[in-house]
Design a protein. Sequence first.
Length: 500
Amino acid sequence: MADTKREIERKYESDDSGLPDLTGVAGVAAVIDKGLAELDATYYDTADQRLAASSITLRRRTGGSDAGWHLKFPVAADVRDEIRAPLSDQVPSALAGLVRSRVRDAELEPLVRLRSARDVRHLVDADGRLLAEVSVDAVRADRLTARGGAAEWTEIEVELADGGDPAFLDKVDKRLRKAGVRPSRSASKLARALEETGGKKKRRTPDRTEPVTAGDHVLAYLRAQRDAVVELDPAVRRDVEDSVHRMRVATRRMRSTFRTYRKVLDRAVTDPVGEELKWLAGELGAGRDQEVLAERLTAILGELPPALVTAPVRERLHSWSQSRSGDSRRRIIDVLDGPRYLALLAALDALITDPPLRKGAAGKPSKVVADAMHEAFDAVSGLVEQGLATPPGHDRDLALHEARKKAKRARYAAEAAAPALGRPASLLVSSMKELQGLLGEHQDSVMSREALKELADQAHAAGESSFTYGVLYGREEQRATAVEEELPGAWERMRGGAGI
């Protein structure tokens, strides 16, 4: 099992003068010499350096206190998540999976070997608590590929202690700069090694310059969603909170864009890709939707007085959720490891690199993009009006659910249009987001009532009282009614706020 550590550190270029005196840094009571460590790391990447292009590093290191495999993802400036696995001869499958969305079918090969003599010091406070680890690294880099060269340098690395205040690094930085130490020009040892051993780090070049045409703006939005899927892949595999939902949203945004901007992109090409995106969204949601519904029902159950809970409802809710979700985590990993998913990523790459543009793609955004956005809004408006005119019941529920889906599409259309149209599109995004939330509450109530009917039948068959399920059903019915009563006034406000 791989472990994850949040790494907050800064790197500095150093000459042969070594480490400046840091005892004067505010909060530092002592600088403790921890001795010299010999580190030997081999960095892996594809032949065309796909990991390096995304500022991701994968290494196998011996020596020091954390020997093993280390995979590092950038989080923010000076911040990376380091995922560790035990030492082995081959790249651990857990780490290989986390880079698959970048690597695809390419092989991971040894790229650079870095050997460092690390002189370590601990900065501690008056209570002996570790504030940061500072090291002076004498580095030797050797390129392992054909015609590879070698390089040597010395650098200073300051890593914040776990749970430390990042502001402390500013204090150390001030002292180092005062002593003439300069921040490193390279983001990592690997980046510097690639620059100095016979080739520069392969960087991702922009697909296009600043968007000008309608097609430029639509493709920029699609590119951002494709990138989101690729970048969220490791988070989904690690079960990071909200990552599955965010990846599903990215797939929905792309599908919606294909449909809304059909005068920009040829749907004969985009429709098959859209179907694959729909498949992926469904696989990501397998089990999760049921868990979310169970969480909602558990929450409203907690609002009931104990006297109204006449059966083991909470236990039945839990088992119902688990039976529906099954081994959803394993299923998601299997999907992300499968050939169909990799083929979808390749199809998205191809579509963005060589887009199936129609005549409207060359048009002005103020015309083409605005027209598509207005059309999407009109579809929402028609369904909301239809829902409000329909008597309460099943038909109204269906109309409002369709309005919710169209609100999402209008919102995504406006998101794509916002860079070109500015405030009008941003206003529509806000209005559709609010409408989506209101109609989402209504649809959740509809789904909850369907689930409660099923649970009541199960309880009755097991000889349990179904009274509590009826109480919960009534409460959910009241929530839906409240939304329906609020909707006319809210819709008028939202429509006015949308500026359309």
